[in-house]
Design a protein around this ligand. Structure first.
Ligand code: AMP
Length: 286
């Protein structure tokens, strides 16, 4: 496993491998790796000749007042996990000033999708995500890039960017990996106090309650919203609920009437100072 810090060196290596006919699978991450990240790396390993993982806490996707400064950083543990797993060939570990030199001035905006759901609460977040992902794709030039369903909105925005900009790669979206009690794995779970960690699976339980109601034939979105919010708020440590609702899985618009075959149930809520997100895709409704 080779660790590369300079974008130019990573890109030259990637171009060499591509010319030699080897396919690259790429997993972009912000580090503090957990089994959710590693599941993407495993899938990438099984579908490509080579695997690259990036570790970069991207400042431009954090709004002012968000957790950029305290976001968990664990580079040596991450390198150890990747190296002992034997799954990665390249780790791209750039310095911020080499990704965003002082004269950097380009932004990628996927309109519409970026304003919905979390976009309404995190202005500029998805512009930061789209911009860094496009840069990383241009540096690593993968045949396939792997994203987690945990960040469903992010995956839809990346798929749209890849389509709109004719990027020559496949986007794969991999299932959410959960703790035994259902909590979606996330680097941010490290922020949770023991009491908050105990309470946190209520978000998944609320989404499951929504999915069960859909399976029983419930179709009023307002009632479904109230049901899910009730389950979530029954856990008093959830201090603020940004949203928990049913969305169109393609356009990410909030549904008023549930008349689709597939529905995205998704929520974002704060527990103490930690913002958690989760979602469930419910299929075969008609
Ligand atoms: P992050 O480091 O949080 O930016 O995540 C890097 C990638 O890992 C993104 O594509 C995430 O969607 C994915 N990911 C994060 N948590 C999970 C999880 N619990 N299960 C599956 N994928 C995940």
């Amino acid at each position: 496993m080779e660790t590369i810090r300079l974008p130019r060196v990573m890109q030259e290596m990637a171009i060499r491998e591509k010319r030699a006919g080897r396919t690259m699978g790429f997993v972009p991450t912000m580090g503090a790796l957990h089994d959710g990240h590693l599941s993407l790396v495993k899938t990438a390993r099984s579908e490509n000749d080579l695997v690259a993982v990036s570790l970069f806490v991207n400042p431009t996707q954090f709004s002012a007042g968000e957790d950029f400064d305290r976001y968990p950083r664990a580079v040596s543990e991450d390198l150890e996990k990747l190296s002992s797993s034997g799954l990665a060939d390249f780790v791209f570990l750039p310095e911020t000033q080499n990704i965003y030199p002082p004269d950097f001035s380009t932004r990628v905006e996927v309109e519409g999708l970026s304003e919905r759901m979390c976009g309404a609460f995190r202005p500029g977040h998805f512009q930061g995500v789209a911009t860094i992902v496009l840069k990383l794709l241009n540096i690593i030039q993968p045949a396939r890039a792997y994203f987690g369903q945990k960040d469903y909105q992010q995956s839809v925005i990346i798929e749209k960017m890849v389509k709109d900009l004719n990027l020559p790669l496949e986007v794969a979206v991999c299932p959410t990996v959960r703790e035994a009690d259902g909590l979606a794995m996330s680097s941010r779970n490290a922020y949770l106090s023991p009491g908050e960690r105990n309470a946190a699976p209520a978000l998944y339980r609320a989404l499951q309650a929504g999915a069960a109601a859909l399976a029983e034939g419930r179709r009023d979105a307002g009632g479904l919203r109230a049901l899910m919010e009730g389950v979530l708020r029954a856990e008093p440590l959830f201090s603020a609920v940004d949203y928990i609702s049913a969305f169109d899985a393609g356009t990410l618009e909030e549904l008023e009437n549930i008349d689709k075959n597939t529905v995205l149930l998704a929520g974002a809520a704060r527990i103490g100072t930690t913002r958690l997100i989760d979602n469930l895709l419910v299929n075969n409704l008609k």
